[in-house]
Design a protein around this ligand. Structure first.
Ligand SMILES: [Zn+2]
Length: 88
């Protein structure tokens, strides 16, 4: 049953990594606290309307769009990964 132990450990590691990943991503996607006056990435001024519309905003519109595009790629990849691990 040594193989069974190794398998369980691997699955647990994967779950831990997934949770950690999800927490990190949630933090990136749902900023909280004070809105920044300048973009964290490119230092462009963030308009007052955007700061009020998005509490805790950290990025200007163009950097946010770039981040959203990145996250779509990552979540698509991750979804495929967790589906694959459920089948095993
Ligand atoms: Zn920016």
């Amino acid at each position: 049953m040594a193989g069974g132990f190794a398998k369980d450990g691997a699955v647990q590691e994967q779950i831990d990594a997934t949770i950690e990943d999800a927490v990190q991503r949630a933090r990136n996607e749902l900023p909280s606290g004070e809105s920044l006056y300048h973009c964290e990435e490119c230092d462009a001024p963030i308009p007052a309307a955007r700061r009020e519309a998005v509490p805790g905003v950290r990025l200007c519109v163009s950097c946010q769009a770039a981040h959203d595009a990145e996250n779509e790629v990552f979540s698509g990849y991750n979804r495929r990964g967790s589906k694959d691990s459920q089948l095993r």
